[in-house]
Design a protein around this ligand. Structure first.
Ligand code: DX5
Ligand code: ZN
Length: 214
Protein backbone atom coordinates (compact mmCIF):
# COMPACT_ATOMS: atom_id res chain seq x y z
CA UNK A 1 0.00 0.00 0.00
CA UNK A 2 1.22 3.49 -0.87
CA UNK A 3 1.35 5.90 2.06
CA UNK A 4 1.11 9.69 1.77
CA UNK A 5 3.07 11.95 4.11
CA UNK A 6 2.18 15.62 3.56
CA UNK A 7 4.97 17.99 4.62
CA UNK A 8 3.77 20.74 6.92
CA UNK A 9 6.68 22.87 5.71
CA UNK A 10 4.10 24.09 3.17
CA UNK A 11 1.44 24.73 5.85
CA UNK A 12 0.78 28.09 7.49
CA UNK A 13 2.79 27.87 10.74
CA UNK A 14 0.39 30.30 12.43
CA UNK A 15 -2.44 27.79 11.81
CA UNK A 16 -0.68 24.44 12.16
CA UNK A 17 -3.53 22.61 13.92
CA UNK A 18 -6.00 23.74 11.25
CA UNK A 19 -3.61 22.76 8.45
CA UNK A 20 -2.97 19.33 9.99
CA UNK A 21 -6.73 18.71 10.15
CA UNK A 22 -6.81 19.34 6.40
CA UNK A 23 -4.59 16.27 5.82
CA UNK A 24 -6.51 13.86 8.07
CA UNK A 25 -6.91 11.46 5.10
CA UNK A 26 -3.14 11.06 4.78
CA UNK A 27 -1.01 8.43 6.53
CA UNK A 28 1.83 10.39 8.13
CA UNK A 29 2.43 14.03 9.03
CA UNK A 30 5.92 14.83 7.68
CA UNK A 31 7.71 17.32 9.94
CA UNK A 32 10.82 18.97 8.47
CA UNK A 33 13.32 20.09 11.10
CA UNK A 34 16.08 22.40 9.81
CA UNK A 35 18.93 23.95 11.77
CA UNK A 36 20.36 26.56 9.37
CA UNK A 37 23.62 24.61 9.30
CA UNK A 38 22.99 21.18 7.76
CA UNK A 39 20.69 23.00 5.33
CA UNK A 40 20.49 26.74 4.52
CA UNK A 41 17.09 27.23 6.17
CA UNK A 42 15.47 27.01 9.62
CA UNK A 43 12.07 25.63 10.54
CA UNK A 44 10.95 24.18 13.86
CA UNK A 45 12.23 22.41 16.96
CA UNK A 46 10.99 19.95 19.61
CA UNK A 47 8.64 22.48 21.23
CA UNK A 48 6.64 22.77 18.03
CA UNK A 49 6.52 18.97 17.67
CA UNK A 50 5.21 18.78 21.21
CA UNK A 51 2.40 21.22 20.35
CA UNK A 52 1.59 19.28 17.17
CA UNK A 53 1.43 16.09 19.25
CA UNK A 54 -1.32 17.65 21.38
CA UNK A 55 -3.26 18.69 18.27
CA UNK A 56 -3.36 15.34 16.41
CA UNK A 57 -3.21 11.57 16.85
CA UNK A 58 -1.69 11.15 13.39
CA UNK A 59 1.66 9.39 12.92
CA UNK A 60 4.44 11.99 13.15
CA UNK A 61 7.32 11.39 10.71
CA UNK A 62 10.08 13.75 11.88
CA UNK A 63 12.82 14.42 9.29
CA UNK A 64 15.87 15.87 11.03
CA UNK A 65 18.00 18.04 8.74
CA UNK A 66 20.43 18.94 11.51
CA UNK A 67 24.11 18.34 12.19
CA UNK A 68 24.96 15.71 14.83
CA UNK A 69 21.32 14.65 15.27
CA UNK A 70 22.19 12.53 18.30
CA UNK A 71 22.20 15.79 20.30
CA UNK A 72 18.44 16.18 19.78
CA UNK A 73 16.81 12.81 19.07
CA UNK A 74 15.79 12.33 22.70
CA UNK A 75 13.93 15.66 22.74
CA UNK A 76 12.08 14.86 19.52
CA UNK A 77 11.07 11.41 20.81
CA UNK A 78 9.86 12.93 24.09
CA UNK A 79 7.98 15.58 22.12
CA UNK A 80 5.90 12.83 20.51
CA UNK A 81 7.57 11.82 17.24
CA UNK A 82 6.57 8.33 16.05
CA UNK A 83 9.43 8.03 13.57
CA UNK A 84 12.66 10.02 13.60
CA UNK A 85 14.93 10.04 10.54
CA UNK A 86 18.54 11.23 10.54
CA UNK A 87 20.80 12.06 7.59
CA UNK A 88 23.76 9.70 7.07
CA UNK A 89 25.80 12.79 6.07
CA UNK A 90 25.12 14.54 9.38
CA UNK A 91 27.62 12.68 11.60
CA UNK A 92 30.07 9.76 11.82
CA UNK A 93 28.82 6.23 11.18
CA UNK A 94 29.31 5.44 14.87
CA UNK A 95 27.22 8.40 15.98
CA UNK A 96 24.46 7.66 13.45
CA UNK A 97 24.28 4.11 14.89
CA UNK A 98 24.08 5.60 18.38
CA UNK A 99 21.31 8.00 17.30
CA UNK A 100 19.27 5.14 15.78
CA UNK A 101 19.77 3.03 18.92
CA UNK A 102 18.66 5.92 21.13
CA UNK A 103 15.49 6.44 19.05
CA UNK A 104 14.70 2.71 19.36
CA UNK A 105 15.41 2.72 23.09
CA UNK A 106 12.66 5.36 23.41
CA UNK A 107 10.19 3.01 21.71
CA UNK A 108 10.09 4.94 18.41
CA UNK A 109 10.79 4.00 14.81
CA UNK A 110 14.10 5.10 13.29
CA UNK A 111 15.22 5.81 9.77
CA UNK A 112 18.11 7.13 7.70
CA UNK A 113 18.05 9.74 4.92
CA UNK A 114 20.33 10.25 1.92
CA UNK A 115 20.84 13.54 0.09
CA UNK A 116 20.88 13.50 -3.75
CA UNK A 117 24.67 13.21 -4.05
CA UNK A 118 24.92 10.39 -1.49
CA UNK A 119 24.99 6.87 -3.01
CA UNK A 120 22.59 4.06 -2.08
CA UNK A 121 25.44 2.08 -0.48
CA UNK A 122 25.74 4.72 2.25
CA UNK A 123 22.73 3.16 4.01
CA UNK A 124 24.24 -0.36 4.08
CA UNK A 125 25.69 -0.06 7.62
CA UNK A 126 22.19 0.77 8.92
CA UNK A 127 19.80 -1.15 6.66
CA UNK A 128 19.25 -4.05 9.08
CA UNK A 129 18.13 -1.84 11.95
CA UNK A 130 15.94 0.87 10.39
CA UNK A 131 12.17 0.92 9.81
CA UNK A 132 12.44 3.44 6.95
CA UNK A 133 14.92 4.77 4.40
CA UNK A 134 14.29 8.21 2.91
CA UNK A 135 15.71 9.22 -0.47
CA UNK A 136 15.79 12.98 -1.11
CA UNK A 137 14.52 13.83 -4.58
CA UNK A 138 15.54 17.50 -4.14
CA UNK A 139 18.44 19.11 -2.27
CA UNK A 140 17.05 19.41 1.27
CA UNK A 141 16.24 22.87 2.62
CA UNK A 142 13.18 24.18 0.81
CA UNK A 143 9.76 23.13 -0.39
CA UNK A 144 8.57 23.74 -3.94
CA UNK A 145 11.65 22.50 -5.84
CA UNK A 146 11.63 20.30 -8.95
CA UNK A 147 11.67 16.49 -8.66
CA UNK A 148 15.05 14.96 -9.56
CA UNK A 149 14.09 12.05 -11.79
CA UNK A 150 17.76 11.03 -11.88
CA UNK A 151 17.34 9.74 -8.29
CA UNK A 152 15.16 6.85 -9.56
CA UNK A 153 18.06 4.41 -10.14
CA UNK A 154 18.99 4.98 -6.48
CA UNK A 155 15.40 4.33 -5.37
CA UNK A 156 15.36 1.13 -7.46
CA UNK A 157 18.73 0.01 -6.03
CA UNK A 158 17.46 0.62 -2.48
CA UNK A 159 14.20 -1.25 -3.18
CA UNK A 160 16.34 -4.25 -4.21
CA UNK A 161 18.56 -3.98 -1.11
CA UNK A 162 15.51 -3.63 1.17
CA UNK A 163 13.78 -6.65 -0.37
CA UNK A 164 16.95 -8.70 0.19
CA UNK A 165 17.96 -7.49 3.62
CA UNK A 166 14.99 -5.97 5.49
CA UNK A 167 11.70 -6.39 3.61
CA UNK A 168 9.62 -4.69 6.33
CA UNK A 169 11.59 -1.47 5.89
CA UNK A 170 9.70 1.36 4.18
CA UNK A 171 11.16 3.37 1.31
CA UNK A 172 10.19 7.04 1.30
CA UNK A 173 10.88 9.80 -1.23
CA UNK A 174 10.83 13.52 -0.45
CA UNK A 175 10.85 16.52 -2.76
CA UNK A 176 8.94 17.58 -5.85
CA UNK A 177 6.26 14.88 -5.53
CA UNK A 178 3.04 15.63 -7.46
CA UNK A 179 0.51 13.26 -9.03
CA UNK A 180 2.83 12.69 -12.03
CA UNK A 181 6.17 12.25 -10.23
CA UNK A 182 4.43 10.14 -7.57
CA UNK A 183 3.84 7.42 -10.19
CA UNK A 184 7.50 7.60 -11.29
CA UNK A 185 8.70 7.15 -7.69
CA UNK A 186 6.29 4.29 -6.98
CA UNK A 187 7.34 2.58 -10.22
CA UNK A 188 10.97 2.79 -9.01
CA UNK A 189 10.01 1.15 -5.69
CA UNK A 190 9.02 3.86 -3.20
CA UNK A 191 6.05 3.14 -0.90
CA UNK A 192 5.87 6.36 1.17
CA UNK A 193 5.52 9.70 -0.63
CA UNK A 194 6.24 13.05 1.05
CA UNK A 195 4.46 15.96 -0.62
CA UNK A 196 4.43 19.55 0.57
CA UNK A 197 3.46 22.14 -2.00
CA UNK A 198 1.46 19.75 -4.16
CA UNK A 199 -0.82 18.96 -1.18
CA UNK A 200 -1.12 22.40 0.40
CA UNK A 201 -1.55 24.28 -2.89
CA UNK A 202 -4.37 21.97 -3.99
CA UNK A 203 -7.90 23.43 -3.99
CA UNK A 204 -9.25 20.05 -2.81
CA UNK A 205 -6.68 18.54 -0.44
CA UNK A 206 -8.44 15.18 0.22
CA UNK A 207 -8.79 14.70 -3.57
CA UNK A 208 -5.09 15.51 -4.07
CA UNK A 209 -4.12 12.95 -1.40
CA UNK A 210 -6.21 10.30 -3.22
CA UNK A 211 -4.58 11.26 -6.54
CA UNK A 212 -1.10 10.95 -5.04
CA UNK A 213 -1.95 7.54 -3.61
CA UNK A 214 -2.91 6.42 -7.13
C1 DX5 B 1 12.85 19.62 1.77
C2 DX5 B 1 11.91 18.92 2.72
C3 DX5 B 1 10.67 18.43 2.09
C4 DX5 B 1 9.82 19.51 1.46
C5 DX5 B 1 9.05 18.91 0.34
O1 DX5 B 1 14.03 19.90 2.44
O2 DX5 B 1 12.55 17.79 3.30
O3 DX5 B 1 9.91 17.62 2.96
O4 DX5 B 1 8.93 20.10 2.37
O5 DX5 B 1 8.33 19.93 -0.29
P1 DX5 B 1 7.79 19.78 -1.78
O6 DX5 B 1 6.85 18.61 -1.81
O7 DX5 B 1 7.13 21.09 -2.00
O8 DX5 B 1 8.98 19.55 -2.68
ZN1 ZN C 1 11.37 16.26 4.47
Amino acid sequence: MIKIAPSILSADFAYLARDIEKIADADYVHVDVMDGQFVPNMSMGPMVVSSIRKATNMFLDVHLMIVEPIRFVRQFCEAGADLVTVHVEADTEENIHAALDLIHSMGKKAGVVVKPKTPAEAVLPFIDKVELILVMTVEPGFGGQSFMADMMPKVAALRKLIDEKNPACELEVDGGIDPVTARVAVEAGANVLVAGSSVYKAADIPARIRELRG
